[in-house]
Design a protein. Structure first.
Length: 156
């Protein structure tokens, strides 16, 4: 499916291994699969992913959306399912906001880069990262989804 201009966002849901939803998100490109591996900045989702062995199921619920449509659907779903303590979701907010297109200030970028370089000096971090990439790219569904996402992005 070729996304119409500007309609490059989607809404996704991550599940615990027992099938209970744990996270609703809005994204584009590979964002859903980053979240399924606990790489979205939400420490509660990261802990859920760790307990599940490094990756959890993710389903894209709706795609080819404008950003405002994706935000609206994200808010509706989070409200319907419920965030902790009133529901199973570990979302930190009610949704509808996010850094799409945010330009990171140079100082913040430099700080994050320095921290990342320091972390990658440790052998256990390198080995964990390599194992995660091998696991991700050995999954045919993940490779297909990533390829499809890239093709859609280039077609837009």
């Amino acid at each position: 499916m070729i996304a119409r201009r500007g309609r490059r966002f989607y809404v996704y849901i991550c599940f615990r291994p027992n099938g209970i939803p744990c996270y609703i998100g809005k994204g584009k490109e590979g964002r859903a699969f980053e979240s399924a591996q606990g790489r979205n900045g939400n420490k509660h989702l990261s802990a859920t992913v760790r307990r599940a062995g490094g990756e959890i199921p993710v389903v894209i619920l709706s795609d080819s959306l404008l950003e405002k449509e994706a935000f609206a659907l994200e808010v509706q779903l989070i409200k319907a399912i419920g965030r902790k303590p009133n529901g199973p979701l570990v979302n930190l907010t009610d949704g509808g906001e996010g850094p799409a297109g945010r330009v990171q200030p140079a100082e913040e970028r430099a700080h994050r880069g320095k921290k990342s370089q320091e972390a990658f000096q440790r052998p256990e971090v390198k080995s964990k990262h390599s194992a995660s990439l091998r696991r991700y790219y050995s999954n045919p569904e993940a490779r297909h989804a990533l390829g499809s996402s890239i093709r859609r992005a280039h077609a837009a």
